[in-house]
Design a protein around this ligand. Structure first.
Ligand code: NAD
Length: 387
């Protein structure tokens, strides 16, 4: 069987999620191509050796440049913070590698355009990790919308709520630094909601937003590289640094198809851990999704007889639901990690068919256009047309 040799850059949160995907994909999907976990890369040798052993990679490297230049690597998987994506992706493309990049594509729109231009110029396949598209319940939502079961879409209201930085003493990890992350809750969480909206509803026309940074200074980390993961830490210093990203961003949307929407991302919603929730209302029905109950899709249909109308909860684990037939018998639920397995399965199938995977850098650019339009609208206090 044809093999695809992977070089993974980054070995922490997403490094682990992507490793989980490569390890499990052939167990659940019949693929025409086999992923080989060839080399994992990170800057700290001791930590990357541990990750190599634990996640099951064959080799390790501490310099990503060496990985992208290796002739025995077919695909570069970028699971590092956003400010590093552009350089790694461009060098990988120049070396003829397939590039699979974490979201957001990068920290700003200009760089996003450049990344798309380069992968197209070097004619390499490219993908972006908007993994929530790949959940069975989301695939089902898409099917219901495409089949017209929701009718003409009027509304999407979406929130992505977390609470991990409410403590003012939580340190200045990379996710709270503009130069590394690009933005705060906006680029991290709204990016997922924007992609979901584009997938299910269509393109954005105009946006207007507001944002707030509630805690303006935080303790800096002692030895950043060793301790930080962007979400958790083990030790912080006495010195304080400026938080220059949004803690929360809310925005309103007019979609090109006439629907309107509201979006909210925050890391200050106490009690909410990873609450990605949306509701879509149309002329014939509504759907509701909540990531913390990711196997379920709620569906309301006007086509039901009046006496039995109401939201029904569909457990999206039947073999007829997207991806679900690859997993367990109906009712045997899946979890967060499986979205990455489904994502990698789609990438490998596309590559085997000599097609570009979806979503890809084009979707990354479209998402970044919306992110940046919202930022302009906040700065200029006005509605902004999305490019
Ligand atoms: N798709 C999702 O649901 C999802 C979830 C979380 C994070 N992400 C995205 O994944 C990316 C990584 O986030 P994370 O949570 O895994 O971060 P993390 O802090 O847990 O891990 C980052 C990794 O990148 C490495 N790294 C940083 N700079 C590097 C450099 N210059 N060279 C080599 N390695 C470097 C770090 O050592 C670490 O291994 C971000 O773009 C983030 O937005 C996506």
């Amino acid at each position: 069987m044809k093999e695809i040799k992977i070089g993974l850059i980054g070995y922490k949160f997403m490094g682990k999620a992507h490793s989980f995907a490569y390890k499990n994909v052939s167990l659940f999907f019949d693929l025409p191509i086999k992923p080989v976990m060839k080399v994992i890369c990170g800057r700290t040798e001791k930590a990357v050796i541990q990750a190599k052993e634990k996640f099951g990679w064959l080799e390790y490297e501490t310099d990503w440049r060496k990985v992208v230049e290796r002739e025995d690597i077919d695909m570069i998987d970028i699971a590092t913070p956003p400010n590093t994506h552009k350089e790694i992706a461009i060098e990988a493309a120049k070396n003829g590698k397939i590039v699979f990049c974490e979201k957001p594509l990068t920290t700003n729109l200009k760089d996003a355009y450049e990344m798309l231009e380069i992968v197209e110029k070097y004619k390499v396949k490219h993908a972006i990790c908007f993994n929530y598209r790949k959940l069975p319940a989301i695939g089902l939502a898409k099917k219901l919308i495409d089949e017209g079961k929701i009718g003409k879409i009027y509304h999407m209201r979406a929130v992505y709520l977390q609470d991990w930085i409410v403590d003012p003493d939580f340190p200045l990890v990379w996710r709270l630094q503009k130069s590394i992350a690009g933005s705060g809750a906006h680029g991290d969480l709204n990016a997922h909601l924007i992609d979901m909206a584009r997938y299910l509803i269509g393109e954005f026309d105009e946006v207007i937003g507001m944002s707030e940074t509630f805690i303006k200074e935080r303790p800096v980390l002692k030895e950043k590289e060793e301790l930080e993961t962007g979400l958790v830490y083990t030790e912080k210093g006495e010195e304080k640094g400026i938080v220059d990203v949004d803690d929360a961003t809310i925005f309103l949307v007019k979609f090109k198809n006439g629907a309107i929407g509201s979006f909210e991302a925050t890391r200050f919603a106490l009690g909410r851990k990873n609450y990605q929730f949306f509701e879509i209302n149309g002329s014939k029905g509504s759907i509701i999704f909540n990531l913390e109950r990711l196997n379920e899709l709620k569906f309301y249909s006007l086509e039901d007889p009046a006496y039995s109308q109401g939201f029904r909860t569909i457990i999206a684990t039947d073999a007829s639901h997207p991806y679900a037939g690859n997993w367990w018998p109906a009712g045997h639920i899946i979890g967060y990690g499986e979205s990455f397995v489904n994502m990698v399965a789609d990438i490998l199938n596309s590559i085997a068919k000599d097609e570009n995977p979806v979503p890809n850098f084009y979707d990354g650019v479209k998402c970044q256009e919306v992110l940046e339009s919202v930022e302009i609208s906040i700065k200029e206090k006005r509605w902004v047309k999305v490019k």
